[in-house]
Every structure is written in C-alpha cells, then in structure tokens.
Design a binder for this molecule. Structure first.
Ligand code: H2U
Ligand code: ZN
Length: 357
C-alpha cells in the first residue's frame, strides 16, 4: 500500500523540520477536537489608566533606582534598573574540568517605552508613532551593535508572557557573546548558504509568497507567514522581501512599510480572540561588534512572534510534558492558523467602525 495515499496534513500527524533551528515539530491537528478541562487564563486588563504617576514607565514618574523619567512625548529609552547583563563583571575562574565550564558574560540591558500613554499598544498607535519605534530600534541596534556581538530587541506583551507592566515597551539586551538562538541560526543559515548559494530566509520568503497558503499579510517590502515549522499555535515570522542583514540597514520606505505591516499583523492578532493578544516577539539579524567586519551574506533580518494562546483569550498552549522531554508539538496546522489570521478584519475591534489611527 502507498503510505502517502490520502495524506492530509490537517488530519494525519506528521513531523516538520525547522531549518532555522535544525530540529523538528510534531503536527497533530486532529487533537484540536479534544475537550478542554484544563487551566483557564485571566483575560488581560483592558482598562489601563492612560497616566499613572506611580507607574515607573510613565513620563515624569520615579523608577526603582530613584531616577525620574523625563516628560517624554514619543519613545524613551533608559537603563534597566535590574539588569541581567552589566558591562563590568569579572571573568569567571578558569575551569578545572570540562563538565564545569563557564564563560564571561558582559553587556547592558535597556528598556524602551513606545509611547507616553500606558493604555496604548502598538496596533492602536498611528503609523507615524510606530515608525518612531522602528527608527529607535534601528538606532539602538546600531549604537549597541558598534561594540556588542548581539543586540537582542524583544517585547514581552501581556502578563501571560511575563510582562510586568502594561505600559507599551520592549527591552534591549546587548551581550559580548552570541546567545544560543543566535548562534544556532548563524550556523544553520551559514550551512544553507554554503550549500544553496542563497540566503535561507530570502529563498523561504520567495517560496511562501508563491505558495500563499501560510501568508498572513504582505506588502511591497514585507511578508508575514505562519512558518511551515511553527511550534506555537499562531506563531509568525516577519520577513523582508529583499536581502537585509540588520534593522539599521532598512531604508526609509522599508521602515514605513514595516510600521504598516506590524500594525496590520498586530490588529489581526488582537481581533482573533478580541483581546490584547499576548506574545513574545524579537528581532534577529546578523551579529555585530567584532562580527561587523565578517561576511553576513547568509543572514537575513527577521522578527519572530510567539503568542501562547491556542483556542480563546483564556486557553493557552502549554509547552510542557512531551515538549520539554521529547520535542515540540502543535495542534492546528500552520496552514489552518494562517487562514484564520488571514480572514480576520484589519479594523481593530476596540475602535469604532469609522475610527482610524
Ligand atoms: P517587562 O515588563 O518585560 O518585565 O519589562 C519591564 C522592565 O522594566 C523590567 O525588566 C524594568 C524591569 O527590570 N524596570 C526598571 O528598570 N525600573 C523600574 O523602576 C521598574 C521596571
Ligand atoms: Zn530567528
């Protein structure tokens, strides 16, 4: 019997390979039919006050360090008062056995507020406001990247993703080393480039743009897909259509179109379960600092969005048991997730039908 006869990805479990991480995900879409009696999450707080003098991220407020924020009117970057990385840590002692290896970790941690108002999120900001966030990202990536090997820009949104403060913000951690994900993606992209003579994610974007079934939104410069190998239910990958190594390499028009595609994606995310959609997102681009001189031809700039929600605003995906001990598993297919996101309106559910921003 032909084992492939009648195979349907939405019906029949199978494995898909993630070429960026070199690992596999188990796709078992039929599991979406099972009843849910597990934990229900608290839906996010929707009535956040616009300004709270006691909120350390607000303009004019005092932070834990005692420093007082300026009355900022756009974006605002400050040094994290509880940094996981500091510039001046001493070297760990030389190892006495290969099973007890340590290495130096130096860096800086910053916090970037997107807007002076606590009750806004990126999808509810205007394009001009989002564009200012994009510009600040590029600026800080270049500034810290002049000396540090890796500048990780990331946003934890929503309490479910460990975000401690509803005020719209992200974090920037710059380090003198390549973190695990960075070094893995550096290796997989390098190998792909050596073998196929094209940047992996540039080729991937071209293929997805032709195939369409995993595309969520696109414009002249950018493409958002639920990647073929997605592990989180509504995970997406934001990709440029041309070869771009780093955020700071984006041209003016590409920054505008990035603001636009982010607003469209994040509005769809919020509309999916009519809730301010939680996620962790972050940017990956070619390494910096000592790597600035090296060839970055294998690298392609991209952003990952990892949202935890599965079925509703209160039912999340847990990456536990099998995922922790064996490998990642997902319940609906990436094609089904993309189709649901693609079919959503781009008018934010919290705005009146005629209201725009
Ligand atoms: P998260 O919501 O993603 O945790 O980010 C908020 C960051 O803001 C967090 O890393 C920092 C925390 O250390 N912070 C300060 O630096 N100063 C403060 O007064 C409060 C919070
Ligand atoms: Zn990546």
């Amino acid at each position: 019997m032909d084992a492939a006869a009648g195979f349907q990805p939405s019906e029949h479990q199978h494995r898909r390979r993630n070429p960026l991480r070199g690992d596999w995900v188990l796709v078992s879409a039929h599991r979406m039919r099972r009843p849910w009696q597990g934990q229900l999450e608290e839906p996010p707080e929707e009535d956040v006050p616009r300004h709270d003098p006691a909120n350390p991220l607000c303009p004019g407020a005092a932070r834990a360090s005692g420093k007082v924020n300026p009355h900022y009117e756009s974006t605002f970057i400050f040094d994290n008062d509880f940094p996981a990385l500091q510039p001046d840590a001493p070297e760990p002692e030389a190892e006495d056995h290969p099973l007890f290896r340590a290495a130096s970790a130096r860096g800086v941690c910053k916090v970037m507020c997107f807007h002076p108002w606590s009750d806004l999120t990126l999808p509810l900001m205007s394009l001009a406001e989002i564009r200012r966030v994009v510009d600040k990202w590029a600026e800080i990536a270049a500034e810290l990247g002049s000396s540090y090997s890796w500048v990780q820009i990331f946003e934890n949104k929503g309490a479910m993703m460990g975000c401690s403060n509803a005020h719209p913000h992200c974090q920037i951690w710059a380090s003198n080393f390549l973190p695990n994900e960075a070094s893995l993606e550096d290796q997989t992209q390098r190998e792909y480039h050596q073998e196929h003579a094209v940047p992996m994610l540039l080729e991937y974007a071209q293929l997805e743009a032709e195939r369409k079934e995993r595309v969520v939104v696109e414009n002249a410069d950018w493409l958002v897909v639920v990647p073929y190998w997605a592990t989180w239910p509504f995970q997406t990958l934001l990709l440029p259509r041309r070869h771009v190594c780093r955020l700071q390499d984006l041209q003016e028009s590409e920054r505008d179109s990035l603001a636009s595609i982010m607003k469209r994606l994040l509005t769809r995310y919020d509309n999916l379960f009519q809730v301010s959609f939680p996620y962790s997102m972050g940017w990956h681009g070619a390494p910096t600092g000592p790597y600035l001189e090296a060839n970055c031809g294998h690298w392609q700039l991209h952003a990952h969005y990892y949202p935890p929600l599965l079925r509703s605003a209160t039912i999340r995906k847990f990456m536990v048991g099998y995922e922790m001990l064996a490998q990642a598993q997902r319940d609906l297919t990436p094609e089904q997730a993309a189709e649901r996101l693609r079919n959503l309106p781009e008018h934010h559910y919290r705005l009146d039908p005629k209201e725009t921003r």
